[in-house]
Design a protein around this ligand. Sequence first.
Ligand code: AMP
Length: 192
Amino acid sequence: MKIVFFGPPGSGKGTQAKLLSSKFNIVHLSTGDILREKLKDGDDLSRKLNDIMSTGNLVSDELLNKIITQKLNSKDCFSGFILDGYPRTINQSNFFISFLNKKNSHLDYIFDFKINLNLVQERILFRSQQEKRSDDNLTTIKTRIDKYMEETFPVSEYFSQKFANNYFELDASEEISKIQKELIKILKKEEN
Ligand code: AMP
């Protein structure tokens, strides 16, 4: 199963991706997690990444497209993946769609986590206390939400039209278990 998750920061898509990944044994590719791992290297690249990520801005398309190409070409992803946090810009979206076309591959599901942006702010602030993420503070939250609206929202709109038959909206303000049930219901219904 090849799945893409869209949704603003704090919409809970990472949590849902983890749950789904362990239930169906599909690779969870979170570009945020991959980049946070890289931060630990302590080299020049990690310092540059830290400067960008700690302000809530987006890392270059070039680096993200390279990371994703490597991951999607790896054996682990042959049978499927859940993409969480990519594509995030029109450039990434074009790159990704042409990557899939070249491989004669297609997406099975696109899930879009819809949520009120004020609720998102509250959630991110709460998460900052739990996970101690350096990009979870009030100053950067606004930038991250703005980036989502400017760069990623148009991509999700494009996907909703291009892949209309495989595109599903979720109410991300609901509880974790309810959203999980809804997701599984859609996956099962479509399989029958
Ligand atoms: P996330 O955990 O998905 O909220 O990502 C954390 C941070 O990593 C983002 O605020 C960006 O700085 C960076 N990032 C993650 N995915 C991407 C992407 N696809 N394109 C550019 N930057 C990204």
